[in-house]
Design a protein around this ligand. Structure first.
Ligand SMILES: Cc1cc2nc3c(=O)[nH]c(=O)nc-3n(C[C@H](O)[C@H](O)[C@H](O)COP(=O)(O)OP(=O)(O)OC[C@H]3O[C@@H](n4cnc5c(N)ncnc54)[C@H](O)[C@@H]3O)c2cc1C
Length: 470
């Protein structure tokens, strides 16, 4: 074992260092199979002090460090380089809920806490932590902050950035920045917190955070609505926000093809309607009083949507089981799409009002380029974040289709850019989209980001090769 690993072993103890190839393997594979990294070692610190000790040693020796949470990011952000020279630092042992303060409506937790455990801790104190997404059973709080995750409740509560009050971060040289305050207002200089959120581990390791809590929803009503057409989604969203007293927590768009994929491949998914429709939304209203009248509001909303010709059909969940079935349809798309062959994905965002235009323009362009291609669009209309995924034509060879990856990415991202959007709005940039940073960010923006990187990480040890072009 070389010197740096001996020093890490001395600082972390035997449970903190993994060097056997077979034991490291699970940390080095990404679930989509796009990246197979190698590492000198996987380190598993159990405290902020241990993270600081590892970073100080790596800084001294100029060894690259790749932070990793639940490894659900799927864009190579948590994957080490293939040369095997970096250290992978997984936060899973840093997993204490530090405090829950129901009066302050805050929760302070270690970065390695699983997101579902954070939600449960808030619930245990009679409060609600709204960050919720498909990977919540395995992604970590720190990973969600590093990627500024959103999820199904963004419309009402905001994404990870908006839910964060304070952070604790270990800097690349091993110093600890304790910004763990619970202040709702703090006008004392530059906002360092917002620099680390969304930085994908390129500026430091987030070790803990103070998160906002909310009153727990007690009256939740769910509907699955078939739309007149794509444009009706925007009108329905605006109507729903107005008629519900802004109680819309979820507004998820699904195309017919997305629904068909889920119904075909995912056990328990079935079409709620007898006739096929081109577009659907999963709509959830939530109030915090046990009888907030959400059922009546949803009923009135859907009647109004029907009268205005926005809804072609609608199904209201009569029980929690039925609500789960509707949610399962939306979540099932992610599971189902890979079973339809080669898939090229885009997690983009545009201003909410441009979502229909994005889908129409991109559909026309990709169909012109690849006749028979099967666009499968779904996502969070409320924040303009759409998964614009492309499944291969049925008769096309998978590899031939996947060879078009970059070309199709550029075609879709060019349309997104023309509509004032962002080429990445969910999984992050990681390694996968570094080229897109160079293509779509202005020279001024890139220059500022590179200067910030150099100021905080002058030796370039934090997550090398991720987010920023060299
Ligand atoms: C099924 C599924 C559904 C999803 N749904 C949504 C969604 O609805 N909305 C959305 O926005 N995203 C969604 N995502 C993406 C999601 O944002 C990320 O998967 C998740 O936030 C990453 O958390 P993680 O702990 O797995 O991080 P990882 O994948 O391990 O890491 C992600 C990045 O963060 C860095 N990182 C991890 N931990 C730290 C830390 N403590 N300090 C500094 N850097 C760190 C890593 O280096 C890497 O660059 C989904 C992903 C999946 C698989």
């Amino acid at each position: 074992m070389n010197e740096i690993l001996q020093n890490i072993a001395a600082a972390l103890g035997p449970r903190g260092l993994v060097t056997a190839e077979t034991d490291m393997a699970p940390y080095l594979e990404e679930s989509r199979g796009l990246y197979h990294g190698r590492a000198r070692a996987v380190v598993l610190p159990a405290s902020t002090g241990e993270v600081a000790a590892v970073l100080a040693l790596c800084h001294e020796q100029r060894v690259g460090v790749v932070p990793q949470g639940g490894n659900t990011g799927r864009c190579g952000g948590a994957a080490p380089a293939p040369d095997g020279r970096e250290i992978l630092l997984n936060l899973k042992r840093l997993n204490r809920i530090r405090t829950v303060d129901p009066l302050d409506y805050t929760l302070t937790a270690d970065a390695g806490c699983i997101l579902a455990d954070v939600q449960a801790a808030a619930r245990g104190a009679g409060r609600f932590f709204p960050l919720s997404l498909g990977a919540e059973g395995s992604c970590q709080l720190g990973g969600c902050l590093a990627t500024n995750a959103g999820g199904t409740n963004v419309l009402r509560y905001g994404n990870a950035r908006e839910l964060t009050l304070g952070l604790e971060v270990v800097l690349p040289d091993g110093r600890v920045w304790n910004g763990l305050n619970a202040l709702r207002k703090n006008n004392t200089g530059y906002d360092l917190r917002d620099l680390f959120i969304g930085a994908e581990g390129t500026l430091g390791v987030i070790t803990a955070a103070v998160m906002k809590l909310y009153p727990e929803p007690a009256d939740i009503q769910t509907a699955f609505v078939a739309l007149r057409d794509l444009d009706a989604a925007l009108e329905l969203l605006a109507l729903a926000r107005g008629m519900s007293g802004d109680a819309v927590t979820t507004f998820e768009l699904m195309s017919r093809r997305a629904l068909e994929f889920a119904v075909r491949h995912v056990p328990g998914c079935r079409d709620p309607f007898d006739t096929a429709h081109e577009w659907y939304v999963l709509l959830v209203l939530a109030g915090t009083e046990p009888d907030a009248g959400m059922s009546a509001r949803l009923q009135r909303l859907l009647e109004s949507a029907w009268e205005r010709g926005l809804a072609a059909d609608a199904a209201l969940a009569a029980s929690e089981g039925q609500a789960q079935d509707f949610r399962r349809l939306r979540e099932g798309v992610v599971e189902a799409q890979p079973l339809e062959g080669g898939s090229i994905k885009h997690d983009v965002s545009v201003p909410v009002s441009r979502v229909p235009e994005l889908i129409r323009r991109a559909d026309a362009r990709v169909t012109e380029l690849v006749p028979g291609i099967r666009p499968c669009a779904f996502g969070h209309v409320g924040d303009g974040n759409i998964h614009y995924n492309l499944s291969q034509p049925v008769s096309m060879d998978r590899e031939e289709f996947l060879a078009l990856w970059e070309r199709l990415n550029h075609e879709v991202h060019d349309i997104v850019a023309a509509l004032g959007g962002a080429f990445s709005a969910e999984h992050g940039v990681g390694r996968l989209k570094v080229g897109e940073m160079a293509r779509y960010k202005s020279p001024v923006e890139l220059d500022l980001m590179q200067r910030v990187k150099r100021a905080i990480d002058p030796r370039g040890i934090m997550n090398p090769g991720k987010v920023l072009p060299e």
